[in-house]
Every structure is written in structure tokens, then in C-alpha cells.
Design a protein. Structure first.
Length: 359
């Protein structure tokens, strides 16, 4: 019998690991500490569907960040987290007030409305942020059977435009919504970046100001996959575990979701990753501010830079580094930094940008 040798690991690699980009923090790989945690959880057997020891311990970790009433329900992805959370907060006739630029409105393929069976009531915002005054544009008609009933206000921290709500701004929104009988959901796809930028604990702009339910994002912060619906106010929802199953978000091997969240949040990995991504965005913003032909559009408060530059420059630059147009007609682009973006990545991108501007 001829002995065969397994192919070397790099023979199975289908991508060039030296290629870097600024399209999305979803493009980044998995943090080594997360991979190590997954491997650690892989030994032996554990009870399925969330009755494992990792999911049980995750509850303690989440409560350490969000308070004693917090309960986490790991799910597969951000859209699943948002749709499940919003279903838990609304009746069949309910509606959700959100910014026009909100991810649930723009980037989830209509899932909240088509799969969640709820109506989105959108409000144009100059910077992605709702205010009590903006909410009131849609907060009306509760007794009108011809109109979907406003029951939830959904905000995103940080917003899709990279801007941040202050603690007091969220407090004002929550108090305003609650006074009108509405609940508040927070889409926290990049919640770690927000907390890192604000320099406050996660609970400061969630539990402590009265947010009812949040979607906790881990994938953009170094996880392989997975997010969590975190119920902060148990009185605001019912039958969350049944909704998760109904929404096709119940993982059988849940330990591999939970151990990733545990690895992020039990120590300071979540904060280290977020601080680094934010710092790289600041380095990028500093490098482009003085370039003729480039204008930064919004305050750089997390790990995103939105800029306006000539379309032909952007298209040539996209041949060297991948990134997205945010508004192609207006020449607006978005550059995202992640936990593994390096100073060298930023410097190489800035050099390429200068070269294309000079052409």
C-alpha cells in the first residue's frame, strides 16, 4: 500500500491573505482568541439547543455588562437578531419607528416587514440619529385602525453613518417613547465601537437609560458568526425563546455561538478590538482631511469614514482597494476599519489615494 501524505494546509487556501480592503468590518477574519475559544468548546459532548454550560455561563457574562435582569438569546446573524427582537416587541398590527437610513430599513432585504410581519415608519435624519422631535413625525394615530400602530422606536448605536448617540440623547429618546406607550429597541451591530468611543460601560446607554431590548453584534467585532438578542426589560417581551425558534434562529450546537460571545465579553477583547478599529478610522480621517478633492461628510466617531471625492478617483482606487459607494450619484464613499486593520493598511491606502488624486 502506498502511503499518501495530506496536502499542506496552504494548498487549500483559495484567497490571497495579503489583500486588504475597507469595504466592511465583515470582511475581516476571526480574532485568534475567538478561534481558540471555539476549539476549546469542541471537546466532548454538550447538550444541544442552548442547555450547554457555555450558554449558561454567557448569561452571567451578559449580566455583568447589562445588569441583573439581562437575558441573552444567541442567534445566527444581525438580521435575525433584529427581526426576532422587533417581533417580540410588537403586536401583529404594530409598527416600528426608525431612521430612514436604519439597517432594518435599507439593508435587510425587507425582512422586518416580510418575515417579521411589522410595518416600518421611517424618518429622514441629517446624521442617522433620531430625536424626540423626529420621532413625533411618525408617533401618532394609535386609535386609527387604518394605520399601523406605532409600538416601538428602533435606534442604532453607532448609526449607519458612523455617528454616535450620547447617553443623554438615548435617555431622552427612551423617556419620550415610554411616555407615549412605546418600547425601545437598540440595534447594536457595532455597539462595542460606540462604547469604546464614548468611554462608558455598555449598560450606560442601554440598561441604565431604559432600553428594553437590544441586538448585540459580535461578527463585526471579531467573531466567526453570531449575535444575540439581549432582553433588558423582561416585562417588555414574552415567549422570546419560542420566537427565536419560529424565526429560524435557534442553533442546535449553540455552545459555538455562546463561547464566542463569552470570549469577547468575559474579558476586554470586545473593547480592545473596538478601540483598535476606531483608532484606525481616526488615522485614516487624519490622513485625508488635508487632501484637496476629498471631504469628510460626517463626524468620525467610530470605525467608519464617509467621504466625498470625484467618482473617477473612487473607481480607480477601487481597483486597488475594495470599498463601497454609499451614494454613487453624489460621490459619497464609505471606508470601514476593523479589529485587524493595521497602520500599514491605512498608510498604503492613503498613498494610493494621493496617487489617484494626482492623476
Amino acid at each position: 500500500m502506498t502511503e499518501t501524505t495530506a496536502a499542506p494546509t496552504d494548498a487549500r487556501r483559495r484567497h490571497d491573505p495579503s489583500v486588504r480592503g475597507f469595504a466592511s468590518d465583515n470582511y475581516a477574519g476571526v480574532h485568534p482568541e475567538i478561534l481558540a475559544a471555539i476549539a476549546l468548546a469542541n471537546e466532548g459532548h454538550q447538550v444541544a439547543y442552548g442547555e450547554d454550560q457555555y450558554t449558561e455561563h454567557l448569561q452571567e457574562v451578559m449580566r455583568s455588562h447589562f445588569g441583573p435582569t439581562a437575558e441573552a438569546f444567541p442567534v445566527f446573524n444581525g438580521t435575525g437578531a433584529n427581526v426576532t427582537a422587533l417581533q417580540a416587541l410588537t403586536d401583529r398590527w404594530g409598527a416600528v419607528i426608525c431612521a430612514e437610513s436604519a439597517h432594518i430599513n435599507v439593508d435587510e432585504g425587507g425582512a422586518p416587514e416580510r418575515m417579521g410581519g411589522l410595518k416600518l415608519l421611517t424618518v429622514p435624519t441629517p446624521d442617522g440619529k433620531l430625536t424626540p422631535e423626529l420621532i413625533d413625525r411618525q408617533a401618532w394615530g394609535w386609535e386609527d385602525e387604518h394605520r399601523a400602530m406605532p409600538q416601538v422606536v428602533s435606534i442604532t448605536q453607532n448609526t449607519e453613518l458612523g455617528t454616535l448617540y450620547t447617553v443623554e440623547e438615548i435617555r431622552a429618546i427612551v423617556e419620550h417613547a415610554h411616555a407615549k406607550g412605546m418600547k425601545v429597541h437598540l440595534d447594536g451591530a457595532r455597539i462595542a465601537n460606540a462604547a469604546a468611543s464614548l468611554g462608558v460601560p455598555l449598560r450606560a446607554f442601554t440598561t441604565d437609560v431604559g432600553v428594553d431590548v437590544l441586538s448585540y453584534g459580535g461578527t463585526k467585532n471579531g467573531m466567526l458568526f453570531g449575535e444575540a438578542v439581549v432582553v433588558l426589560n423582561p416585562d417588555a417581551v414574552s415567549h422570546m425563546k419560542h420566537l427565536r425558534k419560529l424565526s429560524m434562529q435557534l442553533a442546535s450546537k449553540m455552545r459555538f455561538l455562546s463561547v464566542q460571545l463569552e470570549a469577547l465579553l468575559a474579558g476586554d477583547l470586545w473593547l480592545r478590538n473596538a478601540r483598535h478599529g476606531n483608532a484606525m478610522a481616526q488615522r485614516l480621517a487624519t490622513g485625508v482631511r488635508d487632501l484637496d478633492g476629498v471631504e469628510i461628510l460626517y463626524p468620525v466617531q467610530a470605525n467608519a469614514v464617509f467621504a466625498v471625492l470625484p467618482q473617477e478617483v473612487s473607481r480607480r482606487l477601487q481597483e486597488r482597494f475594495r470599498f463601497y459607494f454609499w451614494d454613487e450619484a453624489a460621490g459619497v464613499v464609505r471606508w470601514m476599519c476593523s479589529f485587524d486593520t493595521t497602520e500599514g493598511d491605512i498608510d498604503a491606502f492613503l498613498q494610493a489615494l494621493k496617487e489617484e488624486l494626482a492623476r
